[in-house]
Design a protein around this ligand. Structure first.
Ligand code: ATP
Length: 295
C-alpha cells in the first residue's frame, strides 16, 4: 500500500506546486494586463544606466484601430521628478502607464527613457527599470514575507524587513500571529486595500527600480492609512523618477509637475499653484473634490 501511496503523494505535491505556479502566472498576467503580441526588435538592446528621464513626443495611440485613444500626447519628466497624471475617468492615465511598460506599441510619435526609444529596447530591461505599485495588489497564497520577497531573487530576511519598515508595514506584520510567516491571500489573512498597497511599496523598494509608477487607490482610505501610505511613498520615491496616477488631488499638491489629461489629450501641465491660477480643468477638478460630500 505504502508503495503506491508514496508516488501518489509526490504526484499530489507536484500537482499543487504546478497549480500554484500557474495561478501565480495567471494573476500576474491579469494584473499587468499583459499583451503577449509585443515582441522585441531583432536588434533590441538593453536599457542600462537608467537615470530616469522620460519623454512622450507627440504620441498617438489606439487599442482598436477604429477608436483612437491618445492624441498628440507630449510631456517630459526629468530624472528624480515626481509627476502626477490626473484627469477624468477614461482620460488615458492608465494607458500611459501601459505604454511606458511597453504592453502596447504606439501608432505615432515616440517614447524615450533617458533618450533611448522604447521600441529599440528589450522589454525585460524596460520592465526591470520600472516598479509598479498597482491600485489593487495581487497577493499570492503564501506568506507575507514571500509576498514581499518575490520582487528580488535571493532577498535576505534583513532586506525584506528593511523594505517593510520603509513601507510602514513592518510593525503591522510583526503584530500578526506568525509575523512574516503568516499566510495571506485567498486562503489566508485578508489584507485591507491600504495594507496591500504598502506590501506593494515594500516589494518595489526591494526591487529598487530607478522609475516608480504608482496607481493610487480610488477608494477612500481613512486619514491614518492615507498618511502612512503617503509617508511610505515619500520614502519610496526618494531619488527616483516617480509617476503617480492620482485620484485624490490632495495627495499630489507637492508634485514637481501635474499633467492634466482629458479625452486622450494633455490639456494642461504645471505645478498645483500654477494650474489653480490657470482656472482650467485642474482648477475645476480641485473645486469638485473640495466640495463637501453629503453623507
Ligand atoms: P480611470 O481613471 O477610470 O482609470 P484612465 O484615465 O486611466 O481612467 P484608461 O484606462 O487609460 O483611462 O482608458 C482610456 C480609454 O481607453 C477609455 O476610453 C477606455 O475605455 C479605453 N481602454 C482602456 N483599456 C482598453 C483596452 N484594453 N482595450 C480597449 N480600450 C481600452
Amino acid at each position: 500500500m505504502m508503495q503506491i501511496y508514496r508516488p501518489l503523494n509526490i504526484l499530489g505535491f507536484a500537482y499543487r506546486e504546478i497549480k500554484q505556479a500557474l495561478t501565480d502566472m495567471e494573476k500576474m498576467f491579469s494584473l499587468l494586463d499583459l499583451t503577449p503580441e509585443i515582441i522585441d526588435a531583432p536588434d533590441a538592446v538593453n536599457l542600462t544606466g537608467v537615470k530616469g528621464a522620460i519623454e512622450f513626443n507627440h504620441v498617438d495611440f489606439h487599442y482598436d484601430e477604429n477608436r483612437p485613444i491618445l492624441h498628440d500626447v507630449s510631456f517630459s519628466i526629468a530624472p528624480g521628478e515626481k509627476v502626477a497624471l490626473v484627469g477624468p475617468t477614461g482620460a488615458g492615465k492608465s494607458t500611459i502607464s501601459r505604454i511606458l511598460f511597453r504592453f502596447y506599441d504606439i501608432s505615432k510619435g515616440s517614447v524615450t527613457i533617458d533618450g533611448q526609444k522604447l521600441s529599440t529596447l528589450t522589454q525585460a530591461s524596460v520592465r526591470r527599470a520600472i516598479g509598479i505599485v498597482p491600485q489593487d495588489t495581487v497577493l499570492f497564497n503564501d506568506t507575507i514575507g514571500y509576498n514581499i520577497a518575490y520582487a528580488k531573487d535571493g532577498a535576505t530576511r534583513a532586506q525584506i524587513e528593511d523594505a517593510a519598515r520603509a513601507a510602514q508595514i513592518h510593525d503591522f506584520i510583526e503584530g500578526l500571529p506568525k509575523g512574516y510567516d503568516t499566510m495571506v491571500g485567498e486562503r489566508g489573512l485578508k489584507l485591507s486595500g491600504g495594507e496591500k498597497q504598502r506590501v506593494a511599496i515594500a516589494r518595489t523598494l526591494l526591487k529598487n527600480p530607478p522609475i516608480l509608477f504608482l496607481d493610487e487607490a480610488t477608494s477612500a482610505l481613512d486619514n491614518t492609512t492615507e498618511r502612512d501610505i503617503q509617508d511610505a511613498l515619500d520614502t519610496a520615491s526618494k531619488g527616483r523618477t516617480t509617476l503617480i496616477i492620482a485620484h485624490r488631488l490632495t495627495t499630489i499638491t507637492g508634485a514637481d509637475k501635474i499633467i492634466v489629461l482629458d479625452n486622450g489629450r494633455v490639456v494642461e501641465q504645471g505645478t498645483h499653484d500654477a494650474l489653480l491660477a490657470k482656472n482650467g480643468l485642474y482648477a475645476q477638478l480641485w473645486e469638485q473634490q473640495s466640495e463637501p460630500v453629503d453623507a
